[in-house]
Design a protein around this ligand. Sequence first.
Ligand code: NAP
Length: 284
Amino acid sequence: MAFLIDGKKISGQIKDELKVKIAELKEEGLVPTLAVVRVGDDPASALYVKNKKKACAYVGIESRSYEIPDTTSEEELLQLIGKLNADPDVNGILVQLPLPAQINEKHIISAIDPMKDVDGFHPMNVGALVTGEPGFVSCTPAGIIQLLKRSNIEIDGKECVVAGRSNIVGKPMSILLLRENATVTTCHSHTRDLKEVCKRADILVAAVGKPHFFNHEYVKDGAVVIDVGIHKLAPKTFCGDVDTEDVMDKVSAITPVPGGVGPMTVVMLLVNCVDALLMQKGRK
Ligand code: NAP
């Protein structure tokens, strides 16, 4: 039977570690502060933002909300970003994606001060990730590395297959695994014989955004499977990209959905906020 990699528990441990660190910073008069910008009233975005603010409150990060209408122009949003960039009391800036069609996401991401880019999406931080320089890393892949390390799953020398090549999950995931000395293959919709490639994996990261896409035919015996997908099947019923039941007898470890990768994404945002404060104070 597979070992369940408990993202809720691991994220809870990291949150408690952060709580202590933030309390110490507060004694020095330093309060990590995150500006959360939400444009429009998409219910999914509203829920994500609510969860992030709740997590901030738990560890002692101050969050400031900027909820602006979906008619906001790109220029107006750029002005707000400019103000937040210039505000020395704001350490991190998060613009919840997606944005309304009149706003170019790339322009907004590039306008955020890279030192405050706690999502790790700015091209400078992406470049730093590739070249191994310090910088912010996209929260979901960073959280997956923590899940593996804190579950004592060796990455060094392993054959890792990442299914998906998005800028926020697949690509940074592949680079992080490479940095951990894995042998990495990145797959996408043009990959020939995906099943055979995935079956090579000691560690398979499933991030194609398709419910129950990966069944036992995609995994080798004893593989570790990280399921990044999250799909709502019915109210309060979710599944991932992996058909968990079908692969359960074959894999050695797997992340559940929900309760696997999801909680790690939020906690890595908190880690990045504290790092942002320390970097801005020249202490990291
Ligand atoms: P995305 O931007 O839609 O990217 C999907 C990737 O999968 C693309 O690179 C695409 O290839 C590839 N793909 C699609 N169909 C494929 C197929 N049949 N065979 C091989 N590759 C295929 O998605 P994303 O933002 O990376 O997110 C992936 C999933 O993770 C989604 O379910 C999302 O909701 C979830 N997610 C979860 C968290 C979390 O915290 N749990 C965070 C972020 C995302 P091409 O590039 O060739 O199109």
